[in-house]
Design a protein around this ligand. Structure first.
Ligand code: CS2
Ligand code: MG
Length: 412
Protein backbone atom coordinates (compact mmCIF):
# COMPACT_ATOMS: atom_id res chain seq x y z
CA UNK A 1 0.00 0.00 0.00
CA UNK A 2 1.02 3.64 -0.27
CA UNK A 3 0.10 6.91 1.40
CA UNK A 4 -2.65 8.72 -0.51
CA UNK A 5 -3.13 11.78 1.71
CA UNK A 6 -1.70 13.54 4.77
CA UNK A 7 -3.64 16.35 6.50
CA UNK A 8 -2.36 18.73 9.18
CA UNK A 9 -5.21 19.52 11.58
CA UNK A 10 -4.98 22.46 14.01
CA UNK A 11 -7.64 22.69 16.68
CA UNK A 12 -7.92 24.51 20.01
CA UNK A 13 -10.59 22.95 22.25
CA UNK A 14 -9.02 23.55 25.67
CA UNK A 15 -5.66 24.57 24.13
CA UNK A 16 -3.94 24.33 20.72
CA UNK A 17 -3.20 20.89 19.28
CA UNK A 18 -1.57 19.95 15.98
CA UNK A 19 -2.51 16.54 14.59
CA UNK A 20 -1.27 14.81 11.46
CA UNK A 21 -3.78 12.46 9.79
CA UNK A 22 -2.31 10.08 7.21
CA UNK A 23 -4.60 8.10 4.88
CA UNK A 24 -3.47 5.14 2.77
CA UNK A 25 -4.75 4.31 -0.68
CA UNK A 26 -6.87 1.60 1.00
CA UNK A 27 -8.47 4.22 3.23
CA UNK A 28 -6.69 3.21 6.44
CA UNK A 29 -6.00 6.31 8.59
CA UNK A 30 -3.40 7.03 11.24
CA UNK A 31 -2.99 9.94 13.66
CA UNK A 32 0.15 11.59 15.02
CA UNK A 33 0.58 14.38 17.60
CA UNK A 34 2.73 17.33 16.45
CA UNK A 35 1.88 19.78 19.24
CA UNK A 36 4.70 22.08 20.35
CA UNK A 37 3.30 24.31 23.08
CA UNK A 38 3.52 27.96 22.03
CA UNK A 39 5.21 27.19 18.70
CA UNK A 40 2.47 25.11 17.09
CA UNK A 41 2.44 26.94 13.74
CA UNK A 42 6.16 26.35 13.24
CA UNK A 43 5.49 22.61 13.22
CA UNK A 44 2.44 23.10 11.01
CA UNK A 45 4.66 24.86 8.45
CA UNK A 46 7.40 22.22 8.68
CA UNK A 47 4.88 19.44 8.14
CA UNK A 48 2.86 21.17 5.44
CA UNK A 49 5.78 22.52 3.42
CA UNK A 50 8.52 19.95 3.90
CA UNK A 51 7.06 16.63 5.04
CA UNK A 52 3.54 16.05 3.69
CA UNK A 53 4.58 16.46 0.02
CA UNK A 54 7.26 13.80 0.55
CA UNK A 55 4.85 11.34 2.15
CA UNK A 56 2.42 11.04 -0.74
CA UNK A 57 3.09 7.78 -2.57
CA UNK A 58 5.44 6.47 0.15
CA UNK A 59 5.02 2.97 1.59
CA UNK A 60 3.33 3.47 4.96
CA UNK A 61 4.58 0.08 6.17
CA UNK A 62 8.21 1.29 6.17
CA UNK A 63 8.22 3.09 9.52
CA UNK A 64 11.94 2.89 10.30
CA UNK A 65 12.94 3.82 6.75
CA UNK A 66 10.53 6.77 6.72
CA UNK A 67 11.95 7.97 10.06
CA UNK A 68 15.53 7.75 8.77
CA UNK A 69 14.57 9.50 5.52
CA UNK A 70 12.87 12.40 7.35
CA UNK A 71 15.73 12.69 9.86
CA UNK A 72 18.82 12.23 7.68
CA UNK A 73 17.27 13.43 4.44
CA UNK A 74 16.55 16.89 5.90
CA UNK A 75 20.30 17.47 6.43
CA UNK A 76 19.41 19.88 9.28
CA UNK A 77 18.87 17.62 12.23
CA UNK A 78 17.33 17.61 15.69
CA UNK A 79 15.44 20.45 17.35
CA UNK A 80 11.89 20.62 18.75
CA UNK A 81 10.16 21.59 15.50
CA UNK A 82 11.78 18.98 13.28
CA UNK A 83 11.41 16.19 15.83
CA UNK A 84 7.76 16.96 16.61
CA UNK A 85 7.02 16.77 12.89
CA UNK A 86 8.86 13.46 12.55
CA UNK A 87 7.13 12.22 15.70
CA UNK A 88 3.71 12.87 14.20
CA UNK A 89 4.55 10.89 11.07
CA UNK A 90 5.98 8.05 13.16
CA UNK A 91 2.95 7.84 15.44
CA UNK A 92 0.56 7.90 12.47
CA UNK A 93 2.44 5.07 10.72
CA UNK A 94 2.40 2.94 13.87
CA UNK A 95 -1.34 3.68 14.17
CA UNK A 96 -1.86 2.49 10.59
CA UNK A 97 0.32 -0.59 11.07
CA UNK A 98 -1.73 -1.57 14.11
CA UNK A 99 -5.01 -1.09 12.27
CA UNK A 100 -3.80 -3.14 9.31
CA UNK A 101 -2.62 -5.91 11.69
CA UNK A 102 -5.77 -5.66 13.83
CA UNK A 103 -3.59 -5.18 16.92
CA UNK A 104 -3.06 -2.40 19.48
CA UNK A 105 0.36 -0.81 19.01
CA UNK A 106 1.69 -2.19 22.30
CA UNK A 107 1.28 -5.70 20.87
CA UNK A 108 3.45 -4.70 17.90
CA UNK A 109 6.07 -3.46 20.42
CA UNK A 110 6.33 -6.83 22.14
CA UNK A 111 3.14 -7.07 24.15
CA UNK A 112 2.30 -5.96 27.69
CA UNK A 113 5.02 -6.03 30.37
CA UNK A 114 2.54 -5.08 33.15
CA UNK A 115 -1.17 -4.87 33.85
CA UNK A 116 -1.30 -1.09 33.89
CA UNK A 117 0.79 2.08 34.12
CA UNK A 118 1.37 3.92 37.41
CA UNK A 119 0.35 7.56 36.89
CA UNK A 120 0.99 10.76 38.78
CA UNK A 121 -1.17 13.89 38.92
CA UNK A 122 -0.45 17.55 39.64
CA UNK A 123 -1.42 18.74 43.10
CA UNK A 124 -0.86 22.44 43.61
CA UNK A 125 -1.69 25.28 45.96
CA UNK A 126 -0.38 28.74 46.68
CA UNK A 127 -0.23 27.81 50.37
CA UNK A 128 -0.46 24.59 52.40
CA UNK A 129 -4.25 24.41 53.02
CA UNK A 130 -4.97 24.72 49.29
CA UNK A 131 -2.17 22.28 48.51
CA UNK A 132 -3.46 19.71 51.01
CA UNK A 133 -6.96 19.99 49.50
CA UNK A 134 -5.47 19.38 46.08
CA UNK A 135 -3.54 16.32 47.30
CA UNK A 136 -6.70 14.91 48.87
CA UNK A 137 -8.65 15.55 45.65
CA UNK A 138 -6.04 13.65 43.64
CA UNK A 139 -6.03 10.76 46.14
CA UNK A 140 -9.82 10.60 45.84
CA UNK A 141 -9.47 10.43 42.04
CA UNK A 142 -7.31 7.35 42.55
CA UNK A 143 -3.84 8.73 41.92
CA UNK A 144 -1.16 6.63 43.60
CA UNK A 145 1.59 9.22 43.07
CA UNK A 146 1.34 12.99 43.27
CA UNK A 147 3.42 15.93 42.11
CA UNK A 148 3.68 18.76 44.63
CA UNK A 149 3.95 22.39 43.47
CA UNK A 150 3.32 25.41 45.68
CA UNK A 151 3.58 29.15 45.71
CA UNK A 152 6.67 30.84 47.15
CA UNK A 153 6.34 33.66 49.71
CA UNK A 154 6.96 37.01 48.04
CA UNK A 155 6.33 35.73 44.52
CA UNK A 156 3.06 36.56 42.79
CA UNK A 157 2.74 34.16 39.85
CA UNK A 158 4.89 31.09 39.28
CA UNK A 159 4.82 27.87 37.25
CA UNK A 160 2.47 25.18 38.38
CA UNK A 161 0.14 27.29 40.49
CA UNK A 162 -3.21 28.61 39.25
CA UNK A 163 -2.99 32.28 40.09
CA UNK A 164 -5.12 35.29 40.78
CA UNK A 165 -3.97 37.82 38.25
CA UNK A 166 -5.03 40.95 36.47
CA UNK A 167 -4.69 39.32 33.09
CA UNK A 168 -7.33 36.78 34.04
CA UNK A 169 -9.68 39.45 35.27
CA UNK A 170 -8.68 38.75 38.87
CA UNK A 171 -10.16 35.26 38.69
CA UNK A 172 -8.13 32.17 39.40
CA UNK A 173 -6.65 31.05 36.15
CA UNK A 174 -7.27 27.36 35.59
CA UNK A 175 -4.02 25.47 36.13
CA UNK A 176 -5.55 22.08 35.72
CA UNK A 177 -5.37 22.20 31.94
CA UNK A 178 -1.84 23.42 31.60
CA UNK A 179 0.41 26.23 32.74
CA UNK A 180 -2.03 29.03 33.42
CA UNK A 181 -1.76 32.68 32.35
CA UNK A 182 -1.09 32.02 28.67
CA UNK A 183 -1.91 34.74 26.17
CA UNK A 184 -1.16 36.03 22.67
CA UNK A 185 1.94 37.58 24.16
CA UNK A 186 4.11 35.79 26.71
CA UNK A 187 2.92 36.70 30.21
CA UNK A 188 5.67 37.69 32.64
CA UNK A 189 5.94 35.75 35.88
CA UNK A 190 8.33 36.38 38.74
CA UNK A 191 11.01 34.24 40.33
CA UNK A 192 13.47 34.18 43.21
CA UNK A 193 15.49 30.98 43.56
CA UNK A 194 16.77 31.70 47.08
CA UNK A 195 13.22 32.27 48.34
CA UNK A 196 12.18 29.02 46.62
CA UNK A 197 15.07 27.04 48.12
CA UNK A 198 14.29 28.39 51.60
CA UNK A 199 10.61 27.54 51.26
CA UNK A 200 10.32 24.16 49.55
CA UNK A 201 11.80 21.76 52.16
CA UNK A 202 9.25 23.01 54.69
CA UNK A 203 6.45 22.31 52.22
CA UNK A 204 7.55 18.69 51.81
CA UNK A 205 7.96 18.27 55.59
CA UNK A 206 4.36 19.48 56.01
CA UNK A 207 3.11 17.17 53.24
CA UNK A 208 4.91 14.17 54.73
CA UNK A 209 3.52 15.01 58.19
CA UNK A 210 0.02 15.25 56.73
CA UNK A 211 0.04 12.33 54.29
CA UNK A 212 2.67 9.98 55.67
CA UNK A 213 5.97 8.53 54.42
CA UNK A 214 4.72 6.10 51.76
CA UNK A 215 2.90 8.27 49.19
CA UNK A 216 5.20 8.73 46.14
CA UNK A 217 5.78 12.49 45.86
CA UNK A 218 7.32 14.26 42.87
CA UNK A 219 8.41 17.84 42.31
CA UNK A 220 9.20 19.81 39.17
CA UNK A 221 11.95 22.40 39.68
CA UNK A 222 11.35 23.45 36.07
CA UNK A 223 14.91 24.29 34.98
CA UNK A 224 15.36 27.25 37.35
CA UNK A 225 18.28 26.51 39.63
CA UNK A 226 22.01 26.61 39.01
CA UNK A 227 23.73 23.23 39.42
CA UNK A 228 24.89 23.97 42.97
CA UNK A 229 21.43 25.29 43.91
CA UNK A 230 19.93 22.10 42.46
CA UNK A 231 22.44 20.06 44.47
CA UNK A 232 21.39 21.87 47.63
CA UNK A 233 17.70 21.33 46.85
CA UNK A 234 18.20 17.63 46.19
CA UNK A 235 20.10 17.32 49.47
CA UNK A 236 17.54 19.33 51.46
CA UNK A 237 14.71 17.14 50.10
CA UNK A 238 16.39 13.80 50.92
CA UNK A 239 14.55 13.45 54.29
CA UNK A 240 11.23 13.53 52.39
CA UNK A 241 12.10 10.61 50.10
CA UNK A 242 10.87 12.03 46.76
CA UNK A 243 10.01 9.70 43.91
CA UNK A 244 11.86 12.22 41.74
CA UNK A 245 13.06 15.81 41.48
CA UNK A 246 12.42 16.95 37.92
CA UNK A 247 14.36 19.39 35.76
CA UNK A 248 16.46 20.48 38.72
CA UNK A 249 18.74 22.55 36.46
CA UNK A 250 18.80 23.44 32.74
CA UNK A 251 20.21 20.28 31.17
CA UNK A 252 21.55 21.46 27.84
CA UNK A 253 24.76 21.41 29.86
CA UNK A 254 24.68 17.73 30.69
CA UNK A 255 27.85 18.19 32.78
CA UNK A 256 25.73 20.12 35.30
CA UNK A 257 24.04 16.93 36.40
CA UNK A 258 27.42 15.48 37.39
CA UNK A 259 27.75 18.17 40.04
CA UNK A 260 24.16 17.68 41.26
CA UNK A 261 24.58 13.91 41.34
CA UNK A 262 27.71 14.17 43.47
CA UNK A 263 25.76 15.92 46.25
CA UNK A 264 22.43 14.14 46.49
CA UNK A 265 20.69 10.77 46.31
CA UNK A 266 17.32 12.32 45.48
CA UNK A 267 16.26 10.60 42.20
CA UNK A 268 16.54 12.92 39.18
CA UNK A 269 14.23 13.15 36.16
CA UNK A 270 15.28 15.13 33.10
CA UNK A 271 14.33 15.54 29.48
CA UNK A 272 10.85 16.83 28.64
CA UNK A 273 12.49 19.53 26.49
CA UNK A 274 14.89 17.03 24.86
CA UNK A 275 14.18 15.79 21.35
CA UNK A 276 16.74 13.13 20.45
CA UNK A 277 18.63 10.27 22.08
CA UNK A 278 21.79 12.35 21.79
CA UNK A 279 20.39 14.80 24.33
CA UNK A 280 20.19 11.94 26.81
CA UNK A 281 23.31 10.00 25.84
CA UNK A 282 25.82 11.22 28.42
CA UNK A 283 23.21 11.52 31.17
CA UNK A 284 22.35 7.84 30.65
CA UNK A 285 25.91 6.57 30.07
CA UNK A 286 27.18 8.28 33.23
CA UNK A 287 24.05 7.42 35.20
CA UNK A 288 23.41 11.07 36.03
CA UNK A 289 19.62 10.65 35.93
CA UNK A 290 17.10 8.06 37.09
CA UNK A 291 14.17 8.83 34.77
CA UNK A 292 13.95 9.72 31.08
CA UNK A 293 11.29 12.41 30.83
CA UNK A 294 11.08 12.34 27.03
CA UNK A 295 7.69 12.56 25.35
CA UNK A 296 6.81 10.54 22.25
CA UNK A 297 5.62 13.81 20.68
CA UNK A 298 8.91 15.69 21.24
CA UNK A 299 11.40 12.82 20.84
CA UNK A 300 10.69 11.95 17.21
CA UNK A 301 7.99 9.38 17.91
CA UNK A 302 7.62 5.85 19.21
CA UNK A 303 10.51 4.56 17.10
CA UNK A 304 13.04 7.02 18.52
CA UNK A 305 11.89 7.10 22.14
CA UNK A 306 11.86 3.31 22.25
CA UNK A 307 15.51 3.21 21.23
CA UNK A 308 16.40 5.82 23.87
CA UNK A 309 14.58 3.88 26.58
CA UNK A 310 16.20 0.61 25.53
CA UNK A 311 19.60 2.31 25.96
CA UNK A 312 18.48 3.68 29.34
CA UNK A 313 17.42 0.18 30.42
CA UNK A 314 21.06 -0.94 30.26
CA UNK A 315 21.72 1.50 33.15
CA UNK A 316 18.55 0.67 35.09
CA UNK A 317 17.14 4.08 34.17
CA UNK A 318 13.37 4.14 33.75
CA UNK A 319 10.77 6.02 31.76
CA UNK A 320 8.88 9.00 33.14
CA UNK A 321 7.15 10.14 30.00
CA UNK A 322 5.98 13.74 29.83
CA UNK A 323 2.19 13.91 29.86
CA UNK A 324 0.74 17.37 30.59
CA UNK A 325 -2.28 18.53 28.65
CA UNK A 326 -0.08 20.03 25.92
CA UNK A 327 0.62 16.46 24.90
CA UNK A 328 -2.51 15.65 22.89
CA UNK A 329 -4.63 12.53 23.45
CA UNK A 330 -2.82 11.03 20.44
CA UNK A 331 0.59 11.68 22.00
CA UNK A 332 -0.66 10.34 25.32
CA UNK A 333 -1.98 7.18 23.67
CA UNK A 334 1.40 6.59 22.03
CA UNK A 335 3.09 7.02 25.42
CA UNK A 336 0.74 4.49 27.01
CA UNK A 337 1.36 1.87 24.31
CA UNK A 338 5.13 2.34 24.59
CA UNK A 339 5.01 2.41 28.40
CA UNK A 340 3.00 -0.81 28.56
CA UNK A 341 5.46 -2.68 26.35
CA UNK A 342 8.89 -1.66 27.67
CA UNK A 343 10.42 -3.37 30.70
CA UNK A 344 11.90 -0.20 32.22
CA UNK A 345 8.66 1.71 32.66
CA UNK A 346 8.81 4.09 35.63
CA UNK A 347 5.77 6.33 35.83
CA UNK A 348 3.43 8.24 33.50
CA UNK A 349 2.46 11.88 33.95
CA UNK A 350 -1.30 12.20 33.59
CA UNK A 351 -3.06 15.56 33.65
CA UNK A 352 -6.58 14.92 32.46
CA UNK A 353 -7.57 16.72 29.27
CA UNK A 354 -10.63 18.94 29.31
CA UNK A 355 -14.12 18.02 28.18
CA UNK A 356 -13.85 19.92 24.87
CA UNK A 357 -10.61 18.07 24.09
CA UNK A 358 -12.33 14.76 24.81
CA UNK A 359 -15.10 15.77 22.38
CA UNK A 360 -12.56 16.35 19.60
CA UNK A 361 -10.46 13.23 20.28
CA UNK A 362 -12.27 9.94 20.85
CA UNK A 363 -9.96 7.95 23.10
CA UNK A 364 -9.96 4.33 24.26
CA UNK A 365 -7.49 4.38 27.17
CA UNK A 366 -8.68 3.45 30.66
CA UNK A 367 -7.78 4.97 34.04
CA UNK A 368 -8.74 2.84 37.01
CA UNK A 369 -7.33 2.23 40.46
CA UNK A 370 -4.45 4.61 39.76
CA UNK A 371 -3.33 2.76 36.64
CA UNK A 372 -3.58 3.74 32.98
CA UNK A 373 -3.99 1.31 30.08
CA UNK A 374 -4.04 2.20 26.36
CA UNK A 375 -6.85 -0.23 25.56
CA UNK A 376 -6.92 -2.92 22.90
CA UNK A 377 -8.32 -1.15 19.88
CA UNK A 378 -6.18 -1.70 16.79
CA UNK A 379 -3.54 1.00 16.37
CA UNK A 380 -3.22 3.81 18.94
CA UNK A 381 -6.94 3.75 19.76
CA UNK A 382 -7.67 7.44 19.15
CA UNK A 383 -9.86 9.02 16.45
CA UNK A 384 -10.44 12.72 15.73
CA UNK A 385 -13.84 14.29 15.07
CA UNK A 386 -12.98 16.71 12.26
CA UNK A 387 -16.22 18.66 12.63
CA UNK A 388 -15.65 19.14 16.36
CA UNK A 389 -12.02 20.04 15.63
CA UNK A 390 -13.05 22.73 13.18
CA UNK A 391 -15.35 24.25 15.81
CA UNK A 392 -12.24 25.27 17.81
CA UNK A 393 -9.90 27.32 15.62
CA UNK A 394 -6.29 28.01 16.56
CA UNK A 395 -5.64 30.87 18.96
CA UNK A 396 -2.15 32.17 19.58
CA UNK A 397 -1.12 31.31 23.14
CA UNK A 398 2.42 31.58 24.41
CA UNK A 399 3.84 30.06 27.57
CA UNK A 400 4.73 32.55 30.33
CA UNK A 401 8.32 33.67 30.90
CA UNK A 402 10.22 34.72 34.03
CA UNK A 403 12.02 37.80 35.13
CA UNK A 404 13.95 38.13 38.38
CA UNK A 405 13.43 41.06 40.75
CA UNK A 406 16.13 43.06 38.94
CA UNK A 407 14.41 42.45 35.59
CA UNK A 408 16.76 39.78 34.32
CA UNK A 409 15.06 37.16 32.14
CA UNK A 410 15.20 33.77 33.86
CA UNK A 411 14.29 30.19 32.90
CA UNK A 412 10.57 29.62 33.25
C1 CS2 B 1 5.75 20.61 33.04
C2 CS2 B 1 4.97 20.96 31.80
O1 CS2 B 1 4.30 18.77 33.22
C3 CS2 B 1 5.46 19.17 33.41
O2 CS2 B 1 6.38 18.48 33.85
O3 CS2 B 1 7.13 20.80 32.90
O4 CS2 B 1 3.69 21.31 32.20
C4 CS2 B 1 5.55 22.09 30.99
O5 CS2 B 1 5.53 23.28 31.75
C5 CS2 B 1 4.71 22.26 29.76
O6 CS2 B 1 4.64 21.03 29.10
C6 CS2 B 1 5.32 23.30 28.84
O7 CS2 B 1 4.64 23.30 27.62
MG1 MG C 1 8.22 19.31 33.85
Amino acid sequence: MTIRDAEVIVTSPDRNFVTLKITTEDGVTGLGDATLNGRELAVVAYLSEHVVPLLIGADEARIEDTWQFLYRGAYWRRGPVTMAAIAAVDMALWDIKGKVAGLPVYQLLGGASRTGLLAYGHASGKELPELFDSVRAHLEQGYRAIRIQTGVPGLHAIYGIASQSADTGGGTARYDHEPARRGARPVQEDWDTRAYLRHLPGVFEAVRNEFGPELPLLHDAHHRSTPIQAARLGKDLEPYDLFWLEDCTPAENQEALRLVRSHTTTPLAIGEVFNTAWDFKDLIRDQLIDYVRGAVTHMGGITALRKTLDYAAMYQIKSGMHGPTDISPVGMAAALHLGLAIHNFGIQEYMKHGQRTDEVFQQSFTWSNGLLHPGDKPGLGVEIDLEAARAHPYERAYLPYNRLADGTVHDW
